[in-house]
Design a protein around this ligand. Sequence first.
Ligand code: NAD
Ligand code: UDP
Length: 328
Amino acid sequence: MAVLVTGGAGYIGSHTVAALLERGEDIVVVDSLQQGHRSAVLGGKLYVGDLRDADFLEGVFAENDIDAVIHFAANSLVGESMKDPGKYYHNNVYGTLCLLEAMNRHQVGKIVFSSTAATYGEPENVPIGEHDRTLPTNAYGETKLAMEKMMKWFDIAHGIKYISLRYFNAAGAHESGRIGEDHQPETHLIPIVLQAALGQRPHISVFGEDYDTPDGTCIRDYIHVSDLAEAHVLAVGRLRGGAESAVYNLGNGQGFSVKQVIDIAREVTGRDIPSVVEPRRSGDPAVLVASSERARTELGWNPTRNKLEDIILSAWKWHSSNPQGYDD
Ligand code: NAD
Ligand code: UDP
C-alpha cells in the first residue's frame, strides 16, 4: 500500500516524504511543480500534474495501490489571497473537491490535511484551542476552512476519515541539509530575514508596528518543519488504526514577534540585518499561538526542535549552503 502525497515537492511536503521514506513507506507524489522542486522529492514515484486535471488524477489512482492521502497541494500566501481570492478558491477548494471525488471513486478512505492557524482569524483565546471560533481574516484561511468542511461532509456521506492538521508557522530545514525552504517568490518571514542576512535583499520589511502586542509587531508560533513532518506520520498511523476524523493544532505554544525573530536571526547568523518598518500587510491577525495539547495526547506528537534559535539555525544552514535554492 502506498501513501499519496499531494504537493510532496513543496516545502513541508518534501520533509514529510523524507520522514515517510525513513519509515519504509511506499510513496506516490503528485505535484504540478507550480511551486515545488523535483529535486526536493528524495524518493518514491513523482507524477507531475495538477489535481484539477481529472484524467491525470484518475491515472494516478488507477496505477497505484493507495490507502491514504496526505494533502499539501494548495496556494498559501495570505497577501496574494487578498488580491486574488479566485485563485485560492479554484486551486484550494476545487482542487480538494477533485481529490476527494477521486478518493471516493477508488475507495480510499483516509486523508491527512494541511490546514492552518489562518482558519481562526483574530483569536478569542491565546493560546488557541481547536474548539475556538474560526473566523478567518483572509481569503486563504477561508478556503482552508471550506476544505475542512468539505472533508467533514465527505466523511458523513462516504466515510472518508480525515485528520486536519492546523499548522502554525513552519520554519527550518531538514537536518541532512538536502532539503529546505525555497519558495518563488518568497514571502515568509524567516527565509526573507535570512536572505537579508545573505545580502540578497537590502533589508527586511517589518509589516506594521502598531499592533496590540508588546513591541507592536505581529506574534507568531514557529514550529520546525521536521516536527510537522512527524505529526503527519503519526496521523496516517492513527487513521490506519481506525480513528475517527479530528482536527489538531500543531505549534510550539510560544509566540515570537517579528522584531524578536529578526533579533534572534542577527544572533544566529552574526550578520547585520537591516530592517525597515512598513505598513501592515492586509489580512494579518496580531497574535497566533497554538495550544497543541490535543496533538500531544491523542496523536502522541512530541516536537523536539523547539528552540527558535535552533529552528533559525537549521534554516540558516540550508540558505547559506543553497543561496539560490534548488538547482531546478
Ligand atoms: P509549498 O508551496 O512549498 O507546497 C505546496 C506544493 O503543492 C507545491 O509544490 C506546489 O507545486 C503544489 N501544488 C499546488 N497546487 C497544486 C495543484 N493544483 N496540483 C498539484 N500540485 C499543486 O507550500 P508549503 O509551505 O509546503 O505548504 C504546504 C501546505 O501547508 C499548504 O497547503 C499550506 O497551505 C499549508 N500550510 C503551510 C504553512 C507554512 O508555514 N508554510 C502554514 C500553515 C499551513
Ligand atoms: N512579515 C514581515 N515581513 C515580511 C514577511 C512577513 O513583517 O517580509 C510578518 C507578517 O506580516 C506576519 C509574520 O511576519 O506578521 C509572519 O508572516 P509569514 O508570511 O511568514 O507567515 P503567516 O503568519 O502569514 O503564515
